[in-house]
Design a protein around this ligand. Structure first.
Ligand SMILES: [Zn+2]
Length: 115
């Protein structure tokens, strides 16, 4: 399960960040996930509750912001959102397109308590 390693890393980074900022507990982790990653939210939640156990993030909640896949047509310049993995320009039907968003996998911010 790809979700397990992704979430494990997110928690690792969050705990590290909390320590660097003298936070005793992490209360919320906000992440941005591009749709290109095909990460299932329910599996993310499952992995999150699994890995946060017995850490400073044990009481933390996970907020997942999904970023749609958007592309830019290199022929006509049109930008469009990709649904169902069809990477073709809806205007000129060119397949010469580049991805603008959708590859994100970042921690947006972390909330915590100092004691
Ligand atoms: Zn086009």
């Amino acid at each position: 399960m790809h979700e397990m390693s992704v979430v494990s890393n997110i928690i690792k980074i969050a705990l590290q960040t909390a320590e660097e900022n003298n936070l005793a507990a992490v209360t919320k982790i906000r992440i941005k996930v591009g749709s290109q990653h095909h990460l299932a939210p329910d599996l993310m939640e499952y992995a999150f509750s699994f890995f946060k156990k017995d850490t400073a993030a044990a009481e933390a909640s996970l907020e997942i912001k999904k970023v749609p896949v958007t592309m830019k047509c290199l022929r006509c310049g049109r930008t469009f959102t990709v649904n169902e993995g069809i990477y073709i320009c809806p205007v000129c039907e060119s397949v010469h397109v580049e991805m603008l968003t959708g590859r994100e996998l970042i921690i947006e911010n972390i909330e915590g308590e100092t004691q």
